[in-house]
Design a binder for this molecule. Sequence first.
Ligand code: SF4
Length: 380
Amino acid sequence: MKFIDEFRDPAKARALLASIGNLAAQLQRERPLHLMEVCGGHTHSIFRYGIEQVLPRNIEMVHGPGCPVCVLPMGRVDDCVALAEHPNVIFTTFGDAMRVPGSRKSLLQARAEGADVRMVYSPEDALKIARDNPGREVVFFALGFETTMPPTALTVLRAAEEGIENFSVFCNHITIIPTIKAILDSPDIRLDGFLGPGHVSMVIGSAPYEFICRHYRKPLVISGFEPLDILHSVYLLLKQITEGRCEVENQYRRVVPDAGNTAALEAVQRVFELREFFEWRGLGSIDHSGVRLRGAFARFDAEKRFSLPNLKIADPKSCQCGEVLKGAIKPWQCKVFGTACTPKTPLGSLMVSSEGACAAMHNYGRMDLIRARELQKERE
Ligand code: SF4
């Protein structure tokens, strides 16, 4: 398949791995090099294609917090359920958020009990449902990083233009830069470089990452999602590290313009403003890491139209999602991985979305799990 096969070519993968091996052999370090892939899409590819297994042993991939469903705190899921259970509400959501556990139930369970929860593929689908049901309140569950903010912003602008009065947005959009900063400031995390998120960067471009090199002296390579993209990005990171350079590089230039998407950023600026802080599952509150609708669009803000529980709910004690999200432990090191917590019976959100590190490892990485446990034993 053109544009896919060329990024999965085994001969090219072997050549890249040989180059990575040569650079890795030059590293003079007491501990393995820790490279964090920020984006859940990268985590999925890394497990799916067994990339961790073929890298030299002194390179470890650390799985970051870039899966928006995974970082949704339990209290926000409870707010979704409360909205969905409102008698006059049609609650619309992307499919992967349906199974995220709240403290009482998930949206899927709420639907089974009679709530009108509908799966949509875009905010525009939700707006259409609002047009078709003028007697009902239609709420769109907006979540995701900068990648999904522009469609939500454009839909709110369209609803305003059309004078639609029964449509609102429960806004859970989050921003990537403050999150990377929070991880870099975390005392228990030692990272040596980043694979930068490909989709977010399509919108924000490469300049917002420059502080990571300037202030923290860590290189970052914006990466595509195919196996050769990821191997090439690891190679570029190693090259920077072995040459003593520290820069933002754009490996995914075929998709990511260095300047980002100006029209999308303008729509986002018009509709959203930063919240002072936003709660993340397992990571706590991070300053300026979420957005809400500006005052001019308050009538489309579900948090203003409805009264919500808005409670802070702690994860179950056995869950170690926060430690996995920060890269402090691997998914298989969580006490309930593969036993009490599986994709069929998720305790934590990382086991729900296909981009969650735990689900990706469970679905694709059983051999990795065995090897990782053996490696851990060897190290101990
Ligand atoms: S195994 Fe389950 S509880 Fe443990 S970190 Fe993963 S998702 Fe969270």
